[in-house]
Design a protein around this ligand. Structure first.
Ligand SMILES: NC(=O)c1ccc[n+]([C@@H]2O[C@H](COP(=O)([O-])OP(=O)(O)OC[C@H]3O[C@@H](n4cnc5c(N)ncnc54)[C@H](OP(=O)(O)O)[C@@H]3O)[C@@H](O)[C@H]2O)c1
Length: 328
């Protein structure tokens, strides 16, 4: 495993992290009983960065990540990022949310992220102020955001007064390159760490061709990517030449772009496969081929990062009810 300094912090984290949405959530039905083996596999492979959220399985993801790390006696070596304040975007609920997260984890997170931007009528600066307060109260070491467009990221940075935002967690992968237009160049200038979620398009980049879970069924890009023979064949060709797997090549491409991918899994043996992608340094030719076959995905989904944009027009009470009914 290779390590790097996380954004503007002084903390060394693994270049590949582990997403924990898969465990405890309805969307993936990952077996919580396996959580400890997955976490152990990650730590044994050198992964020390873990991503979870208050909404994943209504807290079950946080609880099983926390209990696994506690049982393994590995709290000190792990850097846990969680997310709050999505459907309850007020400073009051950020604090309430993080206190609940701490209770479930059993320790304070390294990074506290605002899960998604607030509805358009809620002042963003109030929330950023609320996040800053969490550092002052000792509830987290660092603060970040998630699903923020370039424009919103700029506004969020302008809101900060006492603590810097260190990261923006966004969807970024070979099938979704919109962030290259106006998020990644700006983030690089500001030394904001880009955490790439859905690095494998929920499995579509790995050769999987059946949507088994709610999370995969809800991802419209899944069908488009699995039918994109040009892209899949190029990933496959490089992986054959490298004696690696398609997911490793997809992750190596994200490393080559200077981002921090956080693939998720329900299977303990897959964690090692993900971690070993950190040993693959794509050469210029390989990076160029992947860039070429995926360049259409810079513009396919529009020129603005619109993820969760519609949610910004839905009152929080409805977001809350929907999340409770669907489960995440
Ligand atoms: N901030 C946000 O709003 C947000 C949104 C989405 C996700 N995230 C974070 O990002 C993390 C990862 O993103 P993601 O959950 O969207 O998924 P992903 O990492 O793109 O894909 C993971 C899935 O790919 C499947 N997979 C991997 N290799 C495979 C293979 N060879 N054959 C078949 N399937 C294969 C795995 O299935 P198995 O489970 O069977 O191994 C796994 O569940 C999440 O855990 C979460 O922490 C954040």
């Amino acid at each position: 495993m290779k390590y790097k300094i996380f954004g503007k912090t002084h903390v060394k984290i693994s270049v590949i992290g582990l997403g924990f949405w898969q465990i405890g959530s309805n969307s993936w039905k990952g077996d919580e009983g396996k959580a400890i083996n997955i976490v152990k596999g990650a730590l044994d492979s050198g992964i020390n960065f873990f991503d979870t959220a208050e909404v994943y399985g209504n807290g079950k993801s946080e609880a099983s990540l926390g209990s696994s790390l506690r049982e393994l006696g590995a709290i000190e070596e792990a850097f846990v990022a969680t997310k709050v304040g999505g459907f309850r975007p007020t400073a009051y609920f950020i604090e309430k949310g993080v206190r609940n997260s701490i209770r479930r984890l059993g320790f304070t997170p390294f990074l506290l992220q605002l899960h998604w931007p607030p509805p358009v009528w809620i002042p963003l600066c109030e929330l950023i102020k609320g996040l800053e307060k969490m550092v002052e109260k000792g509830y987290t070491e660092y603060i970040g955001i998630s699903n923020f467009s370039g424009k919103l990221l700029k506004s969020a940075i302008q809101c900060t007064k006492r603590h810097e935002l260190v990261s923006n967690q966004i969807e970024y992968n070979l099938g979704f390159r919109t962030p290259e237009i106006n998020i990644i160049p700006f983030a690089r200038k500001e030394k904001i760490e880009i955490i790439s979620y859905s690095p494998l398009v929920r499995g579509a980049l790995t050769g999987a061709n059946k949507k088994e879970t709610i999370a995969q069924k809800a991802e419209k890009k899944f069908d488009i990517i699995i039918k994109d023979k040009e892209l899949i064949n190029t990933i496959e060709k490089i992986s054959r030449e490298r004696r690696s797997t398609k997911s490793q090549i997809s992750l190596a491409w994200l490393l080559n772009k200077g981002t921090l991918p956080i693939p998720g899994t329900r299977k303990e043996w897959r964690v090692k496969e993900y971690a070993e992608a950190s040993n693959i340094s794509l050469n210029k030719g390989e990076a160029h081929s992947l860039d070429e076959v995926s360049k259409k995905y810079i513009w396919t989904w529009g020129k603005e990062y619109k993820n969760l944009k519609t949610i910004r027009y839905i009152p929080c009470a409805f977001q809350y009810i929907a999340l409770k009914i669907i489960g995440v």
